[in-house]
Design a protein around this ligand. Structure first.
Ligand code: GLN
Length: 492
């Protein structure tokens, strides 16, 4: 898709301004219903597009991302624009600088259409935790788009952006990509700088692309990857053009299918699609091997201890003083004059501590508070050894499962999620049910390996055609092979 648009640009069949206007038209037509965007950056987009058109007119060479309209998840800084992280507490917060990924994309003259909706602080699997509007799944408006990068996935699926940035802590790029029928790539931990991403759980977070095709994801990764001195965890790696590795010949590649992933909880119809996908890989010459990731059962509990612990610490900075919303006496009387009643008792007057408490009480949503409490508990002096430390040890075992598996196979294949997109409200009353959506995705974050979700077909559910995603997980820093395999799946 990106390459085609690029060719149209350089052959003067369209201009970047025309392309950008076309996407804003789509947004105007559809986003009232879909709800993918929180902020539009039209003036910036048109300025960027005009600059690219000028270059083309002068006969200058342009790169593949240049002049192509994209969207940015609203937990990534775009200098000078509001960045909410889907939370009320950052409702009026303006990004003070560009995230490294945004800076890199600006250098490549990508065009920014706007900022996309997400679960508050990227905590969720359905976008229902956004403090703003609901995002609807373009395949069926009664169903969720997945989360937390649901706005990004829905925007791409409904042609409200050519591609979008997401972030993935436990599946937030791959799960919504799977639910919306698009491609989502979580790079190896450290491959892409996290500087300027509002942190959820720093040892798990990675920024990555959501796009229409695997080739697009490869092109975008080439633009994002690289060491960054502003992120101490970014890895030293040489620049690569990932799109040059998309050889469709996969003969002899060994694909491992983890036994533990195909047990109870996997929807029958999703299982069928997955089995068909395995056969397809086989026909293309890959060798399928059953493998075991023996500690898989522990991945969700370990994830929910480590993630909440890190999140509780990261989110301590939102105290009403340094960032965004502050509930002091003046704000209180303002709020109370508008919505008296239920809130009246939750405010106390006066001290600095009370400003902290009131700001967090009013500014943060239920799921965020739940995770802060869980994480604070897991890190508390009396329980640190029993929970956090234990979880870190099991995390090492999970990583070891991957090391051992990769002695036998080149890559691992599984469904992305145990079921296709579910309906609004279906899991909101039961956090544990919601957490199960991430059962196949969190392990890649815990182990740090790269993983990609791509469409392996659709299933019929109550008259709707719902996309189903397959997930490939690769060796550390082996995005080439990951992209190659996912690309080969879709070719021919
Ligand atoms: N759905 C997962 C969670 O709620 C993953 C979130 C993410 O990857 N940001 O934690």
């Amino acid at each position: 898709m990106i390459r085609k648009l690029h060719e149209k640009l350089i052959n003067n069949e369209t201009t970047s301004v025309e392309l950008t206007e076309e996407y804003f038209d789509n947004i105007k037509k559809r986003d009232g219903e879909i709800g993918a965007y929180l902020t539009l950056t039209k003036d910036l987009a048109l300025d960027q597009a005009r600059a690219v058109d000028d270059k083309i007119k002068k006969g200058e060479k342009i790169n593949l991302l240049e002049g192509i309209p994209c969207a940015v998840k609203d937990n990534i800084f775009l200098d000078g624009f509001r960045v909410t992280a889907g939370s009320k507490i950052l409702d009026n917060y303006i990004a003070p600088y560009d995230a490294t990924v945004v800076k890199k994309l600006k250098e490549r003259n990508a065009v920014f259409l706007g900022k996309t909706n997400l679960d508050e602080f990227a905590m969720g699997s359905s976008n229902e935790n956004s403090a703003y509007q609901k995002v609807k799944n373009p395949a069926d408006s009664e169903r969720v788009p997945g989360g937390s990068s649901g706005g990004s996935a829905a925007a791409v699926a409904s042609d409200e952006a050519v591609w979008a940035l997401g972030s993935d802590t436990g599946g937030s790029i791959r799960q919504p990509a799977s639910f919306c029928g698009v491609v989502g790539l979580k790079p190896t931990y450290g491959r892409v700088s996290r500087y300027g991403l509002i942190a959820m759980a720093s040892s798990l977070d990675q920024i990555g692309p959501i796009a229409k095709t695997v080739e697009d994801a490869a092109i975008i990764l080439s633009g994002l990857a690289g060491e960054d001195k502003m992120d101490a965890t970014s890895a030293r790696s040489s620049d690569k053009l990932y799109e040059n590795y998309l050889d469709a010949d996969i003969k002899g590649i060994r694909i491992g299918v983890p036994d533990e992933y195909l047990k109870k909880g996997l929807d029958e119809k999703v299982r069928e699609k997955f089995d068909t996908a395995v056969e397809k890989f086989k026909k293309k010459g890959a060798i399928i091997e059953k493998i075991s990731l023996p500690h898989s059962d522990y991945s969700l509990p370990v994830y929910y201890i480590i993630m909440t612990s890190e999140a509780s610490s990261n989110l301590a900075r939102f105290d009403g003083i340094k960032y965004g919303l502050r509930i002091d006496d003046r704000a209180k009387s303002d709020i109370l004059s508008k919505k008296a009643g239920s809130l009246k008792n939750s405010f106390v007057n006066g001290t600095l501590l009370e400003t902290y408490l009131d700001s967090r009480q009013y500014g943060l949503g239920e799921e965020v508070k739940r995770r802060i409490m869980l994480g604070t508990y897991a890190l508390s002096a009396g329980y640190y050894d029993a929970y956090y430390l234990k979880a870190q040890k099991v995390r090492a075992l999970i990583k070891n499962d991957f090391k051992k598996a990769f002695e036998k196979v080149d890559i691992i294949f599984s469904p992305t999620t145990p079921e296709a997109a579910f309906k609004f409200g279906e899991k909101t009353d039961d956090p544990l049910k919601m957490y199960l959506s991430d059962i196949y995705t969190v392990t890649a974050n815990l182990a740090g390996v790269p993983a990609i979700s791509f469409s392996i077909g659709e299933i019929n559910e109550e008259g709707s055609k719902l996309p189903v995603g397959g997930q490939l997980m690769g060796k550390w820093f082996d995005e080439e092979n990951l992209l190659r395999m996912a690309h080969a799946f879709g070719v021919g």
